[in-house]
Write a protein that binds this ligand. Structure first.
Ligand code: NAD
Length: 491
């Protein structure tokens, strides 16, 4: 399939039920990372647009909060259906703007659909509306716990999984009865605005859903600081997450933060070699390694290390890198020049720090000249003090180290300021369980790829997260808890 050249893009804000240009009229250029070509310009929002969007969401909240869970569930199902109808187009825009392969782009759209369907089911739970009876040691009183929407929610998302990170916030926020202002990443607004257009097509009440595009400084910061916003749900880098949390403290609003990671895959001596190779490759190179959950630290038992490394190099060199719309392409470019330069900087630093590069490191052959491509890269003997080992690189770069004991493997994995995810590959079920419990990570996969079901949980330990998304936790993030204690009437 070739890149479509007749694509019409949505480029405006969606505020108070209407598509509008920004109050100040500025725009931001959007680029195709596979070719460096200019795709279009989208509205560059300002504090004034934020003001209009928050005011609209606040007005809408008065009625939306009183809707029943069943009514909200109908809207969520309608959104899932509208997204299903645009599946192909959303996947095209995702590949065009973010650079990910068409297969991965379709997986993202399917995740969005599953997330809206799941939260539609949760919205219908009767307990949240009427309150849940709690058993107390009193015959005179009746106690209930009610869950109510917390108010206007600001949803701020990154570029690496734009639609998925949006759905993980938007679906539970709407299910809870919150109204929202979404701020997509300024780097990947196109799939987000198409998603917004699908959402707009289901005719939610005016102001329930608003989108303001623009930079973090011009839109994100005023949104976080706004007195009318009750909750900020943010996914992005740890540094910006810290700024968000500090700013939110001024108005004492709640924050949920999904931040960076530096995660490990632990391959034990009894592991199935082919399974291990597959899980290491996908854990490191999916989405060109631009994953908060990339298992970019590869810890392998000494006995298995030579065989694993040899097979891994072979596997990495077989990955077809190129324009996502070219036939057979499995891995696309990095998202932009800044990200490309950053990853190249880490590769050079790694070599200077004494790590041994065993494959990749540069631009692959036969990729479009102006695209931001880096070949799947593997380092061995990576010093545990090096930036390559400790920092989130956010590119297709794996770092391999050997271990001699289970304790050493766990200690190496836990020796990180992050604690998002981990993968374990072993034939020993008891060891899988023991190591999973010992790891400081919010998600652990044992002998399985990085599958994420909306029914479960998402988020990590340490500097990776504050709070959890998905599952009932994702809904609770947008709810206030109210206790109602009633004295029983004498009959
Ligand atoms: P980023 O922090 O640069 O930007 C994220 C969002 O915040 C963007 O929309 C940006 O415009 C906005 N922003 C920037 N400055 C802001 C400010 N001062 N106030 C409010 N908003 C502001 O992150 P990125 O480069 O877009 O994304 C990559 C990062 O996201 C990586 O660190 C990755 O690990 C993380 N991430 C985490 C998860 C997770 O679930 N834990 C998922 C995806 C990405």
């Amino acid at each position: 399939m070739n890149a479509p050249n007749d694509t019409q893009f949505v480029t405006q804000h969606y505020i108070d039920g209407r598509w509008v240009d920004g109050a100040m009229g500025g725009t931001i250029a959007v680029v195709n990372p596979a070719t460096g070509a200019h795709l279009t310009d989208v509205a560059a929002g300002t504090a004034h647009d934020v003001e209009l969007a928050v005011a609209s969401a606040a007005r809408a909240f008065r009625a939306w909060r009183k809707t029943t869970g069943a009514e909200r569930a109908r809207y969520l199902h309608a959104i899932a259906t509208a997204v299903e109808a645009r599946r192909k187009r959303l996947a095209i825009l995702q590949s065009l703007n973010n650079g990910k392969s068409q297969q991965e782009a379709h997986m993202d759209v399917d995740d969005v659909i599953a997330t809206f369907r799941y939260y539609a089911q949760l919205a219908e739970r009767p307990d949240d509306a009427t309150g849940e009876e709690v058993s107390i040691p009193s015959t005179e009183h009746r106690a209930r716990i009610c869950r109510e929407p917390c108010g206007v929610a600001a949803l701020i998302v990154p570029w690496n999984f734009p639609m998925v990170t949006t759905a993980w916030k938007l679906a539970p926020a709407l299910a809870a009865g919150c109204t929202v202002v979404l701020k997509p990443s300024e780097i990947t607004p196109l799939p987000e605005l198409e998603l917004a257009s699908a959402i707009a097509s289901v005719s939610l009440p005016t102001g329930v859903f608003n989108v303001v595009t623009g930079t973090g400084a011009d839109v994100g910061a005023p949104l976080v600081a706004h007195q009318g916003v009750a909750k900020v749900s943010f996914t992005g880098s740890t540094g910006v997450g810290q700024t968000v949390m500090k700013t939110a403290a001024d108005t004492l609003k709640g924050v949920s933060l999904e931040l960076g990671g530096k995660s490990s895959i632990l391959v034990f001596d009894d592991a199935d070699l082919e399974l291990a190779v597959e899980l290491v490759a996908t854990g490191g190179f999916f989405n060109s390694g631009q994953m908060c959950s990339a298992t970019s630290r590869v810890l392998v038992a000494r006995e298995l290390a030579p065989a694993l490394l040899a097979r891994l190099v072979e596997r990495a060199e077989r990955i077809v890198v190129g324009d996502p719309f070219a036939p057979g392409v499995q891995m696309g470019p990095l998202v932009n020049r800044a990200q490309f330069e950053r990853v190249r900087g880490y590769i050079e630093q790694g070599i200077a720090d004494g790590a041994r590069i065993v494959t990749g490191g540069g631009r692959p052959a036969e990729v479009p000249e102006h695209g931001f491509f880096i070949a799947p890269t593997i380092f061995a003997d990576v010093p545990p003090t090096s930036a390559l080992w400790r920092d989130e690189i956010f590119g297709p770069v794996l770092c391999v180290r050997v271990f001699d004991t289970e304790q050493e493997a766990v200690a190496l994995a836990n020796d990180s300021e992050y604690g998002l995810v981990a993968t374990i590959v072993t034939a020993d079920e008891a060891r899988g369980e023991r190591v999973a419990r010992a790891l400081e990570a919010g998600v652990v996969w044992v002998n399985t790829p990085q599958l994420i079901y909306p029914q479960t949980s998402w988020g990590g330990y340490k500097r990776s997260s504050i709070g959890r998304e998905l599952g009932p936790f994702g809904l609770a993030a947008f709810q206030e808890i109210k206790q109602v204690l009633t004295r029983r009437q004498a009959n």
